[in-house]
Ligand binder design. Sequence first.
Ligand code: PMV
Length: 327
Amino acid sequence: MGVTASAPAKVILFGEHFVVYGEPAIVLAIDKRVYAKAEKRVDKILHLNSANLALEATIENGVFTTEKGNPKEAKLRFEPVKTAVAKVLAKHGAAVGIDLEISSEVPVGAGLGSSAAVIASTTAAVSTLLNVNISREDIFRITFEAEKIVHGTPSGVDPAIATFGGTLLFQMDTGFRPLDIKSEISLVIGNTGVERSTRVQVEKVRAVKEKYPQVVEPMLRSAREIVLRAVEALKKDDLETVGELMNINHSLLRGVGVSDDSLEWLINAATKAGALGAKLTGAGGGGCMIALSRKDKLEQVTEAIQRAGGNPFIARKTDEGVRIEQS
Ligand code: PMV
């Protein structure tokens, strides 16, 4: 007997990178989820198992032992999970051993927010298992704090989307605001399989901005305008405009140097196959692209991305944040 909780993955629909300089971004929860199953143990050990990553570790009296996979990677991936569990145990008041099993419907480390979804679902599963009364805001805060351990200064978008779901408008100085978007958004997500580092890509943009400040300044203003118009278009269910704005947004991202051959290849294939718009999503330099598509073209776009060497899957907007699946 245990408790299973889940939380959604995310895509950045508009505004990545420019958001670092204070411009707004639109982030969307998708109907692909991460699952965490928590069970009580008879001892005091925390046992962590990730099927997707083929990693397994135990933590006993603060001592971390890798049981399966690369120890460095295990530590990196499990450290925030351990922190989240410790925060729930602190609320519970007594030490309890827990078996935690994590599985994900999205590729890990591809900019789709899987790490925040792991922490949010873990927090929900463990607190329900131990009858610890916890609000959604608590889950958000714990997830955000735990993410900070590995990501330094994350914006907080991933924890917010994993916890609350839906569509968020995010801006550095004002934080996030839920957007009421009724239209059904179907995307094809194409994973290039090329590993990338968010930090490296953010640095790339910084270098371009420092070298050409007067060139990049209008691009930032343009990125803002794209987001504001996209909000209007999404509210009106005007997907054609949303697609066009995605294409322009991608040109800006290419302009500041964060696209690469693997992304261009998949984006061109999707566009030729009839996507309304396509762009990289997240940090770029590999990772994933997204293509907006009408329902009748979804299959064609998916096939085109596959033929171009990507790993595609269809995802839809979801309003469902973190939730208990089974207890
Ligand atoms: O690929 P991700 O999910 O790590 O997204 C990075 C988004 C950036 O705008 C490039 C960086 C940031 O902190 O907002």
